[in-house]
Design a protein around this ligand. Sequence first.
Ligand code: HEM
Length: 523
Amino acid sequence: MCLLHNIVASAFLGGIVYWLIYHMRRLPFYQKAWKFSGPSIVLPILGNALYFAGNTENILNKFTELSRAYPSPYRVWLGSELLIILSRPEEIKTVLWSEKAIEKTRFFEFFQPWLGNGLFTAPGEIWRVRRKLIGPTFNLRILESFVTVFAVQSNVMVRKMETELNGEEFLVFDYVSMCTLDIICETAMGVSVGAQVNNHSSYVEAVEKSLKIIYRRAFSIWLHPPAIFNRTQAGKEQNKHIKTMHNFTSNVIQRKRKALLNRNTKKTAVKYGEDTESDSPSERKAFLDLLMQLTDDKMKFSDSELREEVDTMIAAGSDTTSNTVSFVMLMLASYPDIQEKAYLELCEIYGSYDSNKRIVTYEDLPRMRYLELVIKETMRVLPIIALITRTITDDLDIGEYTLPKGSLAVIDILSIHRNEEFWPDPLKFNPDRFLPDEVAERHAYCYIPFSAGPRNCIGLRFAMMAMKTILATMLRRYIIKKDKIVPLDDVKLKSEGVTKPVEPIMLRIEERRRRMNFASTFA
Ligand code: HEM
């Protein structure tokens, strides 16, 4: 009994000594942390974590409340993690361009069993090499060749929506998400997963469910340790989905490898000038083909690395694009005059008797200037990524303050996009804010829906082109309506990795009648 007593007492004492040494060592870190303003009550062990407890809606609301109470930069403790929240353009610029803020944070580890070291999750050292290699595959010539895929899949979506014509309000996201998944999968892998035409695809289901499980895990602290998570129902389910997705992508890679090998053998056989295989610029190559070509030229990517990058494009590109398009549709339904103006611009391009027969082409896209303003204004008020987080790997000066090594920088995109100082009447939906003269007067870092700096969104132009194509195809055919229009301040948001509306977006569609007396507004 006495021995047990002694063991317990020694363990307790050891714990206290360890705790004291740990905090003594961190003293300089704490001293730097306390220079920032922030909530004054910080609980031992939990820090300010209780403040964010609750549902996923609560997290965004709390950040908004805090940004009103404390000037940027301010601090929050999540357990022993120090978060410094930033919402001033100059500070954000410094962080996003700093070599000391390239590393992602713990949240991204939850993606790793699926995405490995793909661009989105990769540690800095690996990311640098891969970004350099992959960057050129997103050039305009390649993107141009993708527009047909965007247009064909948008047409499929619009046709599928016919069943909703003149009916009740329906969930637009159900249609848009399948369309964007088809677009991303076809451009990333060069194979059609037929998400829109097959009512069931195990691959599509696995992508959807995995994203949901990852988001749920991120906000459930008790599920963070892999040893616990992997034993839960959600953990087992996710592992099953990851297997399905990995098998699917690996199979595509194997098939492509074989095809490439056959092709190379044929080429050697036919000799110079007799090549019958088309390598013309018009031949569309998927992202995977381009990466495989790099592999062959320079031996850079192994099969598992190829799989990681393809999976990454699908994960990073599908939910972001589909939620943004759904938000734009909500804005178009809420502001019928803005929708009409966007439609009239399309009449300029496709004629007043637009039968929707000619599909959207690459050349059409730069002419959709007003639609672009509408998309940009939507991404301002409803940014799909509301918070960006980075680990600070060395003390980083951001003007008056220093972000201490080991802290996490949180860039509060939602707050900066809705800050009255930069956006007069911030909750007024006004696409004209993005006219060139207005843009020139603002600090460039007041608006960062795709982030900025070297680790910004690699799919920025891809996303803009795909969104324009989907929305133009939709607007040419249907008038988008909403029975009860909700003012922007009442559109409640939650963050589940991407920003989502708390109330799912329900809209109605009516057939457009041919415009007889069409007068030009965009001359
Ligand atoms: C409206 C659509 C989109 C938005 C708003 C968006 C936004 C963003 C943002 C804010 C980041 C930075 C995240 C961070 O630093 O934590 C990011 C990164 C990334 N995005 Fe997008 N994205 C969109 C569409 C796409 C598409 C279509 C693709 C691919 C085809 C894509 C691929 C990526 C990748 C690979 C990264 C990681 C880049 C790196 O770390 O080097 N995104 N995106």
